[in-house]
Design a protein around this ligand. Structure first.
Ligand SMILES: NC(=O)C1=CN([C@@H]2O[C@H](COP(=O)(O)OP(=O)(O)OC[C@H]3O[C@@H](n4cnc5c(N)ncnc54)[C@H](O)[C@@H]3O)[C@@H](O)[C@H]2O)[C@@H](O)CC1
Ligand SMILES: [K+]
Length: 518
């Protein structure tokens, strides 16, 4: 797993009611089981254990493991590189305080706070001859490592690496980039790395010389925590850079609207704005301009003569598309065949990420988009069937909703969807009671939202949110999954406030709040 996927999954467990404290307990327990096994294989007599802890969850695993190793009769020394007040992870702090509360201490536990790494030189650990009786557990840094190592950690890593104790890294060797496996400064060179749930991409890429033997321990995370989109996925959003200026946080173009449907592009635009994009261009037909402008002074509305979009708009649209980060085609565009021709040319010529929604889905030829990775299509079930009509034989099982299916039938149904969508490289967001987000052989399911969202326009809002996330740098899979979660959550807040009578245009009221709550 990529670390960001693990971080999101950890947090999404809470949506299932599985606390991260419980995960940490499982991680620390399995860590102590593996250490005990390794100690019996490696040493003839009971050894001492030195656990080096950092300020995050990785350290937390070390505190939990200490407790379990004590119960196995080991003598445990904990070397805290961050003291109690500097522990940032609340779960880690809970477990550090448990050890602190075990005083007067009857267990064979000693806790040392390492103010300065040179303090280590005065501990037994640093004397060259005493290493052989030690196992050193590296619980300093895990998936949360960012930027350059601080000096104290670097010095500690050096001392640990120079020892010939049996060295065990928790989750990831500290100092190693958890995604790429690169070592920017220096890293622990362990004999073993004990990782949780699934091996992290960095550990896998680094190779045995840098991570030693790999042991993967289960910590009770159900597969549904990986599949269901949840608040943990908000961690995928780019943090807004303080000194960013106008345009850095996304410029988008929405092409849609016609004489009858003016609301759709506006709802998409309002939702995109409330997810935080900087500039919203809306290209529509001339009759709509004043109405769309009336929805929001933030919209930059461009248009051409006529009641609906025609090929005469092509050059203008391409010119604007060159200046934005992502384009949404379709909301409220209508089904005139000249509009359809325009969309087919636009998907062929626009080289920016595209969200294809609503009426554009009904007119664009699948073959024109199937090789684009940078495209999200957002059909509901009927649009899905017609878009893939020449691939789908039997559509009956597609109609059954997941609630009434056994897990075997769910796998069969998902397999059919994936059989169909493996024909395109982009991401499919299949809207429904449970939104299904497909990308090649990956699958996410979004459970937020409610029946109140059948009101017209919620799909336009979803398109605008997905467009905004694309413009802010998310890939189509993450943007598609996160957009369904955020849009559905906004619908849940709207239902709380307005009951089932809420309108799609009110979703934008709630979207910003969800983003800022990260
Ligand atoms: N409760 C949970 O969420 C669980 C987390 N797990 C453990 O927790 C780890 C993730 O925890 P966190 O996200 O808190 O992060 P980490 O514990 O990996 O480290 C982040 C901490 O180190 C500090 N830090 C980051 N980069 C640094 C640098 N370059 N120099 C010095 N200090 C630096 C940060 O201030 C932060 O407090 C996983 O690797 C795993 O070991 C597992 O126990 C599974 C359950
Ligand atoms: K570590």
């Amino acid at each position: 797993m990529k670390p960001i996927d693990m971080i999101a999954t950890d947090i999404n467990c809470e949506d299932l009611g599985l606390s991260r404290l419980c995960l940490m307990e499982n991680a620390g327990k399995s860590l102590s089981d593996e250490v005990a096994k390794l100690s019996t294989f490696t040493f003839s007599k009971p050894v001492k254990i030195a656990i080096f802890t950092g300020s995050g969850g990785n350290g937390g695993d070390g505190f939990v493991a200490a407790r379990h190793l004590l119960n196995r009769g080991f003598e445990v020394d904990i070397f805290m590189l961050a003291d109690f007040n500097n522990i940032k992870s609340s779960d880690a702090k809970t477990n550090a305080l448990i050890l602190k509360n075990m005083s007067p201490c009857f267990s064979r536990l000693a806790i040392h706070y390492i103010e300065d790494a040179n303090d280590l030189n005065y501990t037994e650990i640093a004397k060259s001859n005493s290493f052989s009786e030690y196992i050193i557990i590296d619980a300093i840094l895990g998936t949360g490592i960012k930027g350059k190592l601080r000096n104290k950690i670097k010095k500690t890593i050096e001392i640990i690496n120079n020892s010939n104790a049996l060295k065990i890294a928790v989750d990831i060797p500290s100092g190693m980039d958890s995604e790429t496996g690169e070592i920017h400064d220096m890293a622990i060179k362990p004999n073993y790395t004990i990782t949780f749930h699934k091996i992290k991409s960095g550990v896998k890429k680094a190779g045995e010389d840098f991570v030693g033997g790999i042991i993967t321990s289960d910590i009770g995370i159900p597969i549904e925590a990986e599949i269901f989109v949840g608040k943990g996925d908000l961690q995928r959003l780019k943090k807004r850079d303080e000194n960013s200026h106008k345009g850095n946080n996304g410029k988008i173009l929405i092409v849609g609207g016609n004489g009858d449907y003016v609301g759709a592009p506006s709802i998409a635009g309002l939702s995109a704005l409330s997810v935080g994009v900087d500039l919203v261009y809306i290209y529509t037909s001339r009759v709509n301009v004043s109405v769309i402008k009336s929805y929001s002074p933030d919209f930059i509305v461009k248009s051409h003569e006529g009641e609906y979009l025609t090929l005469s708009a092509l050059d203008d649209i391409l010119a604007i598309a060159d200046n934005v980060d992502a384009v949404l085609l379709g909301p409220g565009a209508g089904l005139m065949n000249e509009t359809g021709k325009l969309f087919n040319i636009l998907v062929s010529k626009i080289k920016k990420p595209i969200v294809l929604d609503a009426d554009a889905l009904k007119s664009v030829d699948l073959n024109l988009i199937k090789n684009r990775e940078d495209i999200i299509i957002t059909p509901h079930l009927n649009e899905f069937k017609s878009f893939f009509s020449n691939i789908i034989e039997d559509t009956s099982i597609l109609d059954k909703n997941l609630d009434n299916l056994s897990y075997m039938e769910i796998h069969d149904k998902i397999a059919i969807f994936q059989e169909i969508t493996k024909n395109i490289k982009g991401t499919v967001v299949l809207k429904g009671k449970y939104d299904l987000i497909f990308n090649k052989n990956n699958l996410r399911i979004n459970k937020t939202g409610n029946p109140g969202m059948t009101v017209g326009g919620t799909g336009d809002s979803l398109g605008g949110v997905a467009l905004a996330l694309l413009s802010q740098g998310l890939n189509t899979y993450d943007a598609g999954a996160l957009a369904t979660y955020i849009n559905g959550k906004a619908g849940d807040f709207a239902q709380d406030k307005y009951g089932n009578g809420f309108r799609a245009s009110t979703l934008s009221e709630f979207l910003g709040k969800i983003i800022v709550d990260i």
